[in-house]
Design a protein around this ligand. Structure first.
Ligand code: PLP
Length: 412
């Protein structure tokens, strides 16, 4: 079957075959990670033996409450927060929404401030949220990035007005891995008394994340990027930060997040965080080696390949490459699809929105042209990735690009 036909069917969510991944290579750790068996074990113990509601006063409730609070302490310690500053959410998306909507509403009501500044390369959990807030009368400014995908703190100064309520800049970008100058930004937000939110979903457990050193007021984290379960995360709210709740109901999470806490997932999150911190430097060195090897291989074998991101300030496990559009008549969709057909799971730099593939807003913000942006491929590695897998993935990419190129040379 023609690959464009398959792509069309995939877009329509028509699955006509049993999907098998036995011999596939997973290089999409920035999207999500496999569950660490030690985390699974902790969760299974909770599911089987600790079903009480953590808000109940009886022994069953208290037993759940102990695990809940111990887990909170683990998460808090790992990011340098106080235990009372950590609130569990359903994941990074909810933490981002809580930070933005909660702070925006509180600031407008209590201080008359209605201006928000977010970086142009934020995750859609932030971008779509401020777009929603703009329909409710908030004004939004976008902080640009340079060609390496980093925001420049000095530009932030120019965007700040007396009405600025909140600044949101992610710790590292999920597409390019570019680490942002959070400490420098927090110096500026503090000077102006502006609330500062940071999405640390891609960095927590991978590089040091300390809310005091970063100087942030709000921080989002998620479990499933660090070998924990999906559907659980947390928001750090610095003591005294004015913020409304997103969910209203019970008094859970000190009235910051109503709803019965999911203790098994929370215990799994804490275990995953504990392991991530323990194994951080070891994993860092391993994945950095894998990334370096693939980077060198592709740069040596693929003419016109471009590495997207900041070499100096980069996460060690994300390699984003695209093809120079003056060398290739790019077809990013078919490249990604063909990688999958060859058993290599990677990500495109594009987001699939309502059936059509949009070029990545991150690469576009870095000044890349639309055609080369469409060819972007993100390889991301993790603790279970082997050098052999990386080599196979590299070889597949190289031969696919060569066949596209050959195709074009013949046609033109
Ligand atoms: N923010 C960033 C930077 C991410 O990479 C992700 C992951 O997809 C999210 C937020 C959303 O987190 P979650 O999947 O836990 O909702």
């Amino acid at each position: 079957m023609d690959s464009s036909v398959i792509l069309h069917l995939l877009k329509l969510n028509v699955y006509f075959f049993v999907i098998r991944t036995d011999n596939h290579i997973y290089l999409d750790y920035a999207a999500t990670t496999p569950l660490d068996p030690r985390v699974a074990e902790v969760m299974m113990t909770q599911w089987k033996g600790n079903y009480g509601n953590a808000s109940s006063v009886h022994a069953f409730g208290r037993k759940a409450k102990v695990v809940l609070e111990e887990s909170r302490e683990t998460i808090a310690r790992s990011i340098g927060a106080e235990t009372a500053e950590v609130f569990f959410t359903s994941g990074g998306t909810e933490a981002d929404n809580h930070a933005l909507v909660g702070a925006a509403f509180a600031q407008r009501r209590d201080a008359g401030k209605d201006h928000l500044i977010v970086s142009a390369i934020e995750h859609h959990a932030v971008l779509d949220c401020v777009e929603y807030l703009s329909t409710l009368g908030f004004r939004v400014s976008y902080l640009p990035v340079d060609e390496r995908g980093r925001v420049q703190p000095e530009v932030l100064r120019e965007l700040i007005t007396p009405h600025t309520a909140l600044v949101s800049v992610m710790h590292a970008n999920n597409e390019t891995g570019a680490i942002q100058p959070i400490e420098e930004i927090s110096v500026i937000t503090k000077e102006h008394g502006i609330i500062f939110h940071c999405d640390a979903v891609q960095t927590v457990g991978k590089i040091p994340v300390n809310v005091v050193e970063l100087g942030v007021d709000l921080l989002s984290v998620s479990a499933h990027k660090i070998y924990g379960p999906k559907g659980i995360g947390a928001i750090f709210i610095r003591k005294g930060t004015p913020i409304d709740a997103l969910l209203h109901g019970g008094a859970q999470e000190r009235k910051n997040r109503a709803g019965t806490e999911n203790v098994p997932l929370i215990a799994g999150f804490a275990k995953a965080m504990e392991l991530a911190v323990e194994e951080r430097t070891e994993i860092y060195d391993r994945v950095a080696l894998l990334k370096g090897a693939l980077r060198t291989k592709l740069l040596n074998s693929v003419p016109g390949v471009v590495v997207n991101g900041d070499e100096q300030n980069a996460l060690p496990h994300i390699l984003n490459v695209s093809l120079d559009s003056s060398v290739y008549d790019n077809n990013g969709e078919s490249l990604l699809l063909n990688m999958d057909l060859h058993g290599i799971a990677v990500s495109s730099g594009s987001a699939c929105t309502s059936g059509s593939v949009q070029p990545s807003h991150v690469l576009m913000a870095m000044g890349r042209d639309e055609r080369s942006t469409r060819s972007a491929i993100r390889f991301s590695f993790g603790k279970y990735t082997t050098m052999e897998e990386v080599e196979r993935a590299g070889n597949t990419y190289i031969s696919l690009v060569q066949s596209i190129h050959h195709h074009q040379t013949v046609h033109h």
